[in-house]
Design a protein around this ligand. Structure first.
Ligand SMILES: Cc1ncc(CN)c(N)n1
Length: 227
């Protein structure tokens, strides 16, 4: 499955070890799949996730600034578009059905887990170069792509979270994952050569990826807690 998202992601995912499965097979994810996730946890998560996506879009915009090629710029700009004009539509629509307006979403107070994650990613990009930023952004993009695909195949037919699953399993989101995966492979080859794992930079990139994955675990924990 991950092969379609490129070899760099496959390698970083393997390097993250069990932290990756802690993220992709989290209790929250299992609750979406079976439909047993309490609605209050889901709504709390979605409100936080809207704010997350605002800051995540800022980080992808930084990707445009840190790009070295026009192709990198196009993919980063396209990802910002996918986030603010498409993915967030799910949050707006689902929360509207709960009586929550988009203004309320935009003004929601960030949970510390949310704050920590998005600012960690932003700092990786500000402090480092394009690859540092991409290593921190990668778990978010590809993880939800993997989760959506798996849940689409295995979900309970009566799960109330079908819209969420359809969004991340759908062609539009999967296309973002494939495009970002190919761009990441090219960006890594351009800067680190054909054997990037041998580069003195690889360990630091792996660390950023694994830390961002652990922050995803914290985000699910926060959602499950509902506070
Ligand atoms: C916390 C989190 N991580 C990833 C995604 C997928 N873009 C998301 N919406 N929220």
């Amino acid at each position: 499955m991950s092969a379609t998202y490129g070899t760099t992601f496959a390698s970083l995912r393997a390097g993250a070890g069990t932290v990756w499965t802690d993220y992709s097979e989290h209790t929250f994810v299992e609750g979406l799949r079976t439909g047993t996730l309490p609605r209050a946890s889901f709504v709390h998560y979605l409100i936080q996730d809207y704010v997350f996506l605002v800051h995540f879009s800022r980080a992808w915009s930084l990707g445009v600034v840190k790009s070295e090629t026009l192709e990198e710029m196009k993919v980063c700009a396209g990802t910002v578009d996918a986030l603010v004009n498409h993915e967030m539509a799910l949050h707006v629509k689902t929360c509207a059905a709960e009586g929550i307006t988009e203004d309320q979403l935009f003004g929601a107070t960030e949970a510390f887990e949310n704050l920590a994650y998005t600012r960690y990613v932003m700092d990786a990009g500000l402090q480092g170069d394009f690859l540092d930023l991409m290593a921190a952004l990668a778990p978010c993009v590809f993880g939800y792509g993997e989760i959506g695909t798996r849940l689409f195949r295995t979900m309970a037919t009566d799960t109330p979270y079908r819209d969420w699953i359809d969004t991340y399993a759908g062609a539009e989101y999967q296309e973002v994952c494939t495009t970002v995966g190919a761009m990441l492979d090219a960006a890594v080859t351009r800067r680190l050569g054909a054997a990037p794992q041998d580069s003195p930079r690889w360990d630091a990139l792996q660390k950023r990826f694994t830390t961002a994955t652990a922050l995803e675990v914290g985000f699910w924990d926060m959602g499950l807690r509902g506070t």
